[in-house]
Write a protein that binds this ligand. Structure first.
Ligand code: GRF
Length: 211
């Protein structure tokens, strides 16, 4: 089976990257992680990639704040083009990609966020949900647009908040859900045709499946 080359952008510990690399061991999974990039020189995610024998590169973000410099974005785009990357997967990537970056990269750009969007976008979504007192929390995979956690929703997974949870217990339960959700969402985006109508992403199989 032909596998699409994908790249992962990560800033931190890389547990979602690990779950993606685990999924890759299944020959039926349709993607091959060809490159891992980080804006953080010492990100553990780079080590996770290298240990798995995958090329891993730190890109100097070239400026402070939530965005990359346009030079840094150009460097990333060149690295993706050189390796014929078809899909870009953000996994704990802490910077916002510019409109021009998103227009320049032709394939889908995916992100995972630890809440049931549109609730609790932004930082510490798990803490926001916990303090809000929700009974159900979860994770969302979405297409990346210019906003923060605002793009069309690809897949979601809900978890129950238990009475004796603290913020970290809830965050761990959400993370476990993320690790199941992301590889499956990547599989679907790469194998099932879809259209985006306004905010809604509709997979073609949804038209005919299940009566
Ligand atoms: C995850 O909770 C993800 O949803 C959020 O950042 C965290 C990254 O964790 N975007 P890891 O680096 O994948 O372990």
């Amino acid at each position: 089976m032909h596998r699409s080359a994908i790249a992962v952008l990560a800033s931190g510990r890389g547990s979602n990257l690990k779950s993606i690399l685990e999924a890759m061991k299944d020959p039926a999974w349709p993607a091959e992680v060809a490159l891992v990039l980080s804006d953080v020189q010492k990100a553990p995610a780079l080590g996770v990639a290298r240990e798995a024998g995958i090329e891993a590169i730190a890109i100097d973000p070239d400026r402070k704040g939530p965005r990359l410099s346009s030079n840094a974005e150009t460097t990333i785009l060149a690295a993706l083009a050189e390796r014929a990357i078809r899909c870009l997967v953000l996994a704990g990537f802490m910077r916002i990609l510019s409109r021009s970056f998103l227009r320049s990269f032709e394939g889908p750009v995916l992100n995972i966020h630890p809440s049931l969007l549109p609730a609790f976008p932004g930082l510490d979504a798990q803490g926001q949900a916990f303090r809000h007192g929700v009974r159900v929390a979860g994770a969302t995979v979405h297409l990346v647009d210019e906003g923060i956690d605002t793009g069309p929703i690809v897949a979601q997974s809900a978890v129950t908040v238990h009475a004796n949870d603290d913020r970290d217990a809830l965050a761990n339960r959400i993370l476990e859900a993320e690790h199941r959700l992301y590889p499956e969402a990547i599989r679907k985006v790469l194998t099932v045709p879809y259209v985006v109508e306004g905010r809604r992403l509709r997979f073609h199989e949804e038209e005919t499946s299940r009566s």
